[in-house]
Design a protein around this ligand. Structure first.
Ligand SMILES: Cc1cc2nc3c(=O)[nH]c(=O)nc-3n(C[C@H](O)[C@H](O)[C@H](O)COP(=O)(O)OP(=O)(O)OC[C@H]3O[C@@H](n4cnc5c(N)ncnc54)[C@H](O)[C@@H]3O)c2cc1C
Length: 483
């Protein structure tokens, strides 16, 4: 069942974070029972386990630190369609890719709407990393569309969890094996960034984002919805932050209205990110299909989706009006409404992540360091968006560190990718991230919003979270690992 890692499995020691780890053995289970048997025997031997999906994670969660790698890419069967209380579901093994899920769903005119991330990522990786994509504005993170789960505990126990069956109360949560997870009252006083269970939370949502530390997702039942009949993708280019601030404030209010509810994505790209994209557009095959990206501009990509074409057009006109009132120029917009063209505009967000990975690795190589990505992944209160933008800009300007600012604007989930040119700048970048992180904690936001903590962010989180929060997590991990 297990094989030694070297030499042929060397690439399984890495993920997209650029980190490289080490391991003695690797296993590729093909079903939930084999996965459970592997987890059980590793626990008995005291062997550390690292779970892997497609290794597209950006924070090194799938990078092993010794022991056994359990790679789930061969648990890649689509197990069928199901229906629960009128809701269409797709039953998949954890190693099925999002691309395969979309293909299977599309064959029935359906779709996995959250479209949470990179298409080669697996359903299990998406769940365990707590991934969310551009559509998160309307559909939330991917795990909120998981209706049921087959879960393997670190000791090899196999649980079936249906949404709504196991809910946290004041003092804990009943578990599928008849046990109870107890949660001391004091946990409720710890920051939200500790991601401790909350009263009313579904066990499924608590296990989401646990990055392989509380067990493995073996099978998932995903909610599917019909594809909306119409979709507009619009890019608004703007010369300064003043326009962006007025526009984003107006969009936040508008999003609460019926017309604004058609908004499904709001992705921001600052000037530095657009410059990276334009440079790549001149060289790369897929981005080449975009028109030239204007110089000296930042951009906001909005997506509107729905079934009523005239309501969509009215919403589109509303958004133009708001842009104009914010000081934007309607001539500096692109709008498209065919599926293929919308996909092309969406590529900007995906490519930005890839290009920043490449740029970060290149900068680290110049300093003879491992290719580590220095990037924030905060989720802060949306109403404080303007203050956060100002905080990021001031930090970058005062430190002299180059950076790219991009991400889910209206959720205030902007990434700042720091690109230090020297070792002292690298130190300043770390200090900036800590300073910003303190602000996020004060605002009760999340320090690791959608990419997880992995190995890359562990020290960062440890420096910011109170020791009681770290202790609470150790208690949880011990509980899940106990016989
Ligand atoms: C170009 C690019 C764009 C991206 N865009 C986004 C984006 O828009 N939004 C976003 O959220 N992320 C994004 N990501 C990050 C990444 O794609 C997601 O984190 C993804 O969900 C990881 O899935 P994976 O299968 O590759 O998991 P892996 O990287 O293999 O693992 C991720 C984590 O989950 C754990 N894990 C994996 N499978 C399981 C399982 N079955 N059970 C329990 N634990 C498991 C691993 O131990 C690890 O901690 C992007 C990455 C790239 C490279």
């Amino acid at each position: 069942m297990r094989e030694p890692v070297f030499p042929q499995y060397g690439s399984f020691l890495k993920d997209e974070s650029g980190l490289t780890g080490e391991a003695e053995q690797i296993a590729f289970p093909e079903d939930a029972a084999t996965l459970a048997a592997l987890m059980s025997s590793a626990a008995k031997e005291g062997l550390p386990v690292t779970l892997q999906g497609s290794r597209t994670g950006l924070v090194g969660g799938a990078v092993p630190a010794g022991g056994l790698i359990i790679n789930l890419s061969r648990m890649n069967s689509i197990l069928g369609f199901a229906e629960r209380e009128g809701q269409k579901l797709l039953h998949v093994e954890a190693g099925v890719t999002l691309e395969a899920i979309e293909l299977a769903a599309a064959a029935k005119g359906l779709s996995f709407r959250p479209d949470p991330t990179e298409q080669t990522a697996t359903a299990g990786g998406m769940f365990a990393a707590g991934s969310a994509g551009p559509n998160g504005l309307r559909y939330g993170a991917g795990h909120t569309h998981v209706e049921a789960l087959r879960w393997v505990t670190p000791r090899g126990g196999l649980w079936r969890i249906n949404r709504g069956e196991y809910i946290f109360g004041e003092s804990g949560c009943p578990l599928p094996d008849g046990g109870r997870l107890r949660c001391p009252q004091e946990w409720a006083l710890l920051p939200r960034a500790a991601r401790l269970p909350e009263k009313g939370q579904d066990l499924i949502d608590f296990l989401a984002g646990s990055e392989g530390r509380l067990g493995a997702a073996a099978e998932l039942w995903l909610k599917l919805f019909p594809q909306p009949a119409g979709c507009w993708g619009v890019v608004y280019f703007m010369a300064d932050d003043d326009i962006l601030h007025h526009f984003s404030r107006a969009l936040l209010d508008w999003h609460e209205t019926a017309a604004g509810g058609l908004l499904s994505a709001a992705e921001y790209f600052d000037q530095a990110t657009l410059e990276l994209l334009e440079k790549a557009r001149l060289e790369s095959g897929s981005l080449k299909k975009l028109p030239r990206l204007p110089a000296g501009r930042a951009a906001l990509y909005l997506e509107l989706a729905g079934d009523d074409h005239s309501a969509l057009e009215a919403a589109l006109l509303d958004s133009y009006r708001l842009f104009g009132e914010a000081g934007g120029d309607e001539d500096e917009t692109w709008s498209v409404n065919s599926q293929a063209e919308v996909e092309r505009l969406r590529l900007m967000g995906h490519s930005a992540t890839e290009l920043i990975n490449v740029a970060s690795a290149a900068r680290a190589r110049e300093q003879q360091l491992a290719p580590t990505r220095l990037e924030t992944d905060f989720a802060a209160p949306p109403e404080k968006l303007t203050q956060y933008m100002a905080m990021y800009r001031t930090g970058l300007a005062e430190s002299g560190v180059q950076g790219c600012l991009y991400g889910h604007l209206l959720q205030n989930c902007l990434h700042v990718a720091l690109l230090p040119r020297t070792v002292p700048e690298r130190e300043k970048s770390g200090a900036l991230m800590l300073y910003w992180g303190e602000q996020v904690l004060r605002d009760n936001g999340l320090l690791a919003g959608k990419n997880g903590v992995g190995k890359v962010k562990q020290d960062f989180i440890k420096k910011l979270l109170p020791p009681e929060a770290l202790e609470a997590w150790r208690t949880l991990e011990d509980f899940f690992a106990s016989p």
